[in-house]
Design a protein around this ligand. Structure first.
Ligand code: ATP
Length: 324
């Protein structure tokens, strides 16, 4: 392997820049070339490549988003599109790919590898932490800190006005963000897709906390939660059943995906980038670099795509105890 291409694909997350930087500098360290592909698979098809040297990735470790830009590509879902991408990579003399993204991006890489035998290595980048084979995806830790900070601020106004706040957080079908920020910000109740506690239990819990003398409350709701009601319907439901509460809703939205990456995400990105490049140089392919029990470890990409990242049951128990 003499030249590696790196790109970001799917939704962006803080830490992607740090991972690109790590891939580029690891290539430089091993005296091989590195090229960046703009806008993910879309740029691969259009030949939007740029050579990257150790110096071209200065001043980005602290920046959110991805300077290589990200995109979703319909064309890459077609055989013709992928053939075009392959021809561009061959013309550019690229020998292997590092893809930073989520499971959709990994699926694309697997399909591409199957068709053209191109070596690929994945780095998980998404705030949702919903990827099997790693305890932390890039951006997750930053998002947790961002969200906890927001909830702290919401609590200030909630307690000044004796209000109940439903705060919706991201995570798609996974409750990792909700569960962790719920515990970290001292929420009264946490609604996650992995556990449907039912609406009765929610009312019961809110009544209990009111009786115990609490004047304000925060309920963290994961966007994929399974109560069957969205956060605004939950507000109506609680107001209809519990007149004692004045309820407000806050949907945090895309601010959760931005911001300067935490130190944890920067370090993790640096470690993952090194392993991604060095594994390719060792002749490995079709793996995702992850963090398992605090150690960097490889998981076959196929498993990473098919497997389910389990919610932390012990933390659910901790959360139950904390909300009594
Ligand atoms: P996020 O977690 O933000 O959704 P992701 O990587 O899962 O990130 P997707 O939009 O699912 O994001 O996938 C990114 C891109 O990967 C798609 O736009 C498409 O170009 C490519 N891709 C996904 N699935 C396939 C597939 N089955 N075959 C070929 N390409 C695919």
């Amino acid at each position: 392997i003499k030249k590696i291409a790196v790109f970001t694909s799917g939704g962006d997350s803080p830490g992607m820049n740090a991972a690109i930087r790590s891939v580029v500098r690891t290539c430089a360290f091993h005296n091989i070339e590195c090229v960046g592909i703009y806008r993910g698979y879309e740029g691969m098809i259009e030949g939007d490549f740029k050579p990257l040297t150790a110096r071209s990735v200065k001043d980005i470790i602290n920046k959110g988003g991805t300077f290589l830009k990200s995109a979703r590509s319909k064309a890459f879902m077609t055989k013709e599109g992928r053939k075009k991408a392959y021809d561009n990579l061959v013309a550019e003399q690229v020998d292997a790919l590092v893809v930073i993204g989520g499971d959709g991006s990994f699926t694309g890489a697997l399909v591409f590898n199957e068709e053209f035998g191109f070596p690929v290595m994945g780095i998980p980048g998404t705030i949702d932490n919903d990827i099997y084979g790693t305890s932390h995806t890039l951006g997750y830790d930053t998002a947790l800190n961002t969200v906890v900070d927001c909830i702290d601020k919401i609590r200030d106004t909630a307690s000044s006005h004796n209000r109940l706040f439903f705060v919706e957080v991201m995570g798609r079908d996974a409750g990792h963000i909700a569960l962790n920020v719920g515990v970290g910000a001292g929420a009264e109740e946490i609604l996650i897709p992995e556990e449907d506690l039912g609406l009765d239990r929610l009312l019961e819990s809110l009544r209990r906390s009111k009786q115990s003398g609490k004047s304000s409350s925060i309920v963290v709701v994961a966007e994929g939660d399974k109560t069957g009601k969205n956060v605004f319907e939950l507000k109506d439901y609680v107001e209809q059943n519990m007149s004692e509460y004045e309820v407000r809703v806050s949907v945090l939205g895309h601010m959760q995906r931005g911001g300067s990456p935490s130190c944890f995400d920067r370090v993790l990105a640096s470690r993952m980038g090194v392993t991604a490049v060095e594994s390719l140089l060792e002749g490995k392919s079709n793996y995702m670099v992850g963090l398992i029990k605090d150690e960097i470890a490889l998981t076959p990409l196929e498993q990473a795509v098919k497997g389910k990242s389990e919610i932390d049951q012990e933390l659910i128990r901790v959360s139950d105890i904390m909300t009594t």
